[in-house]
Design a protein around this ligand. Sequence first.
Ligand SMILES: *Cc1c(COP(=O)(O)O)cnc(C)c1O
Length: 354
Amino acid sequence: MARPWRGVIEEYREWLPFDDDVKAQTLGEGGTPLVHSAWLSQVVRGDVYVKVEGQNPTGSFKDRGMTTAISAAVAQGAKAVVCASTGNTSASMTAYAARAGLTPIVLVPHGRIAAGKMAQAVMHGADIIQVRGNFDDCLDLSRGLAKEYPVALVNSVNPIRIEGQKTASFEIADVLGQAPDLHVLPVGNAGNITAYWKGFVEYEAAGVTTSRPRIWGFQAAGAAPIVLGRVVPEPDTVATAIRIGNPASWTFAENARDESGGRIDMVQDEQILAAQRELGAREGIFVEPASATGVAGLLAAAAAGEIEPGLTITVTVTGHGLKDIDTAMAHRGDLVDAVIDVDVDAAAETAGLR
Ligand SMILES: *Cc1c(COP(=O)(O)O)cnc(C)c1O
């Protein structure tokens, strides 16, 4: 009989830097679906699978690194935890802190946080502090707090976050029975691209897989410091989760790109929103804008003839669409297509059934 999924620490403990006596603070994160996409497979003339990270407990991949970060913080005796966040890190941190009985301190940029993510932090009982500045300023502030006060920093500059997040690569390889040829994902603060690469490298080094994928990361054009090769002081994109101008894991991301023979490129907001819509309408997968960035990049690369046929490709979609319904609906004009009386014929007529 199948056993229930135990969360990423218990599923992959031997791959994580935890002693056996460290208790897992878990909400059952990980074990997310790897969904085959007939649409994308046809577009690239290969096999494309979508790793649906919005299925995690708080609706984004951040939970993978938060279970490890909060478990470590508890083991080290922390009483409070702090993070800077564009939204999802705080949604995740506050949930895990609530379970672990830690006091969560959230620093978010003034305005510009998706309402769903704020609602999560509020419901998990956090103190939310809005900072007159952008994400990068919030991260500086968090580091300062953690340095001078007894609070643990749980941003992805904390290496234990990367350890948890690398389990997504393990899951992909475990399901496929091998590493993909190519893995595609969005890049913001660049922790996740760092983590995926680490996971794929570790599996190959241990002989679980016999190859590693090329890694393709995509940034939003208005927040593409790695692509441009310089800090972007005022990053701007509809994809708020990757609205970051000075990624903390910048050099690790370049390393993943170069060692894997991959690339880091950028896509326009319109491409991101189009990919988000198509994923929802064609595949039944509703993601937040940032999460569609990898798919947008894959589509652009396919259109440019940059993908050789026959590849097995995995694409991470990072967070759930319900977190940011304002953006999803803002570009939709009238939401209701028709209003009719209670009448079967009228309904059939309007729906185009006759
Ligand atoms: C955090 C986040 C990203 C960016 O991940 P990084 O590790 O910062 O590069 C992308 N999409 C969503 C939904 C996120 O929450």
